[in-house]
Design a protein around this ligand. Structure first.
Ligand code: NAD
Ligand code: TYD
Length: 366
């Protein structure tokens, strides 16, 4: 039986991980620590909050005393650190919270783990797993091979620079103090509970409301997309079989340009609306209700400053050492994702009515 501290467990991937973990390991205990920033949402943990083997703590990973107390009083043996500021565009407009949470916050978490698990010679079995991103490796040209774990770090945005710094601190706490760490660097995720400032949910929801679909630059930037549950499965494998001190890349072997993704989502949403009278009643402004195509909403807008051209992951190490293979195809994963947003209007309406709308309007007003 494991006892996990899942930081950022009310965010997109963290919440998916908690659902995944407690369904697979119902005998385990999970404590979520989440600051409930604009990206954190208790509604993403619906159905879990009442379970006896679950506890939600509203707090900051930067609160070292709180984290140490939780590790001690709950006898936790595993930290899975999802807590972060995660959106590149926000990091361009305001980098400070990225340094505060991703760098200083991760360092506080490491200090608390060291204090409870190592200092005083407790020698308790433990694992500190840090969730990171492929963006730390920088940008690829079309010809370059995908990122492997030995690529040099070359982060280009304040977001990726802050994640890179946190990765280095995690590594240092292993080499210097012997903290038992693992790190995973993952490509772009999509799926349920993703905050609709990220490309795929933004496009789905904007189509439903007939809002422009903003494509940065020429739309030919490439990302390697992974269904979120496959990421959770990859982290599970790292926790079960990963070697301490090692880094594992997790990816989907699934490279798409942004414009291809947007066209795919447009086509699938059009089909869904055309096939369902109920959806036409619920989303009367959606282009398919008026006999138009969602693609007509595509709007090429000013490029993101410093926009990385291409990310792609070489996940061979994870496959060879851990047996990691993504299970969801892009076709099925995108369909599931669209269906989830169609079925969970209350979730995204609540999110859209919150601070996000104000932030988005301000961004486009600049
Ligand atoms: P998210 O923005 O959806 O969620 C982040 C969560 O962390 C939120 O619940 C937020 O309230 C919480 N949080 C923020 N600051 C905190 C703090 N100081 N203390 C405690 N909680 C805090 O992010 P996500 O997309 O779920 O990403 C999770 C992790 O995975 C991040 O570390 C991110 O860098 C990494 N990652 C994300 C992707 C992706 O495509 N989304 C890909 C690779 C890696
Ligand atoms: P995003 O979901 O923000 O993830 P990341 O920047 O971490 O890769 O963006 C994915 C890609 O989509 C990225 O190349 C930027 C682009 N993009 C747009 O073209 N328009 C948008 O409105 C957004 C949010 C992203």
């Amino acid at each position: 039986m494991s006892k996990l501290l899942v930081t950022g467990g009310a965010g997109f991937i963290g919440a998916n991980f908690v659902h995944y973990w407690l369904a697979k390991y119902p005998q385990d205990r999970v404590v979520v620590l989440d600051a409930l920033t604009y990206a954190g949402n208790m509604a993403s943990l619906a159905g879990i909050l009442e379970q006896d083997n679950f506890r939600f703590v509203h707090g900051d990973i930067g609160d070292e005393d709180l984290v140490a107390t939780l590790l001690r009083e709950e006898s936790l043996d595993t930290v899975v650190n999802f807590a972060a500021e995660s959106h590149v565009d926000r990091s361009i407009h305001g980098p400070d919270p990225f340094v505060t949470t991703n760098v200083v916050g991760t360092h506080s978490l490491l200090k608390a783990a060291k204090k409870v698990w190592l200092d005083g010679g407790s020698g308790r079995p433990h694992r500190f797993h840090h969730v990171s991103t492929d963006e730390v490796y920088g940008s690829l040209t079309p010809e370059e091979p995908p990122f492997s774990e030995t690529n040099a770090y070359a982060p280009n945005s304040p977001y990726s620079a802050s994640k890179a710094a946190s990765d280095h601190l995690v590594r240092a706490y292993h080499h210097t103090y012997g903290l038992e760490v693992t790190t995973s660097n993952c490509s772009n995720n999509y799926g349920p509970y993703q905050f609709p400032e990220k490309l795929i949910p933004l496009i789905i929801l904007n189509i439903l409301e007939a809002k422009p679909l903003p494509i940065y630059g020429d739309g030919l930037n490439i990302r390697d997309w992974l269904y979120v549950e496959d990421h959770c499965r990859g982290i599970d494998l790292v926790l079960q079989k990963g070697r301490v001190g090692e880094v594992y890349n997790i990816g989907g072997n699934n490279e798409w340009t942004n414009i291809e993704i947007v066209r795919l989502v447009c086509g699938l949403v059009d089909q869904g609306i055309a096939a369902s009278e109920i959806l036409r009643q619920r989303f009367p402004h959606s282009p398919a209700c008026l006999g138009n195509k969602a693609e007509s909403l595509i709007a090429f807008v000013k490029d993101r400053p410093g926009h990385d051209r291409r990310y792609a992951i070489n996940a061979e190490k994870s496959r060879n050492e851990l047996g990691y293979v993504p299970q969801e195809s892009f076709e099925t994963g995108i369909r599931k994702t669209i269906d989830w947003y169609l079925a969970n209007e209350d979730w995204w309406r609540a999110v859209m009515n919150g601070s996000y709308r104000d932030w988005l309007e301000k961004q486009y007003a600049d």
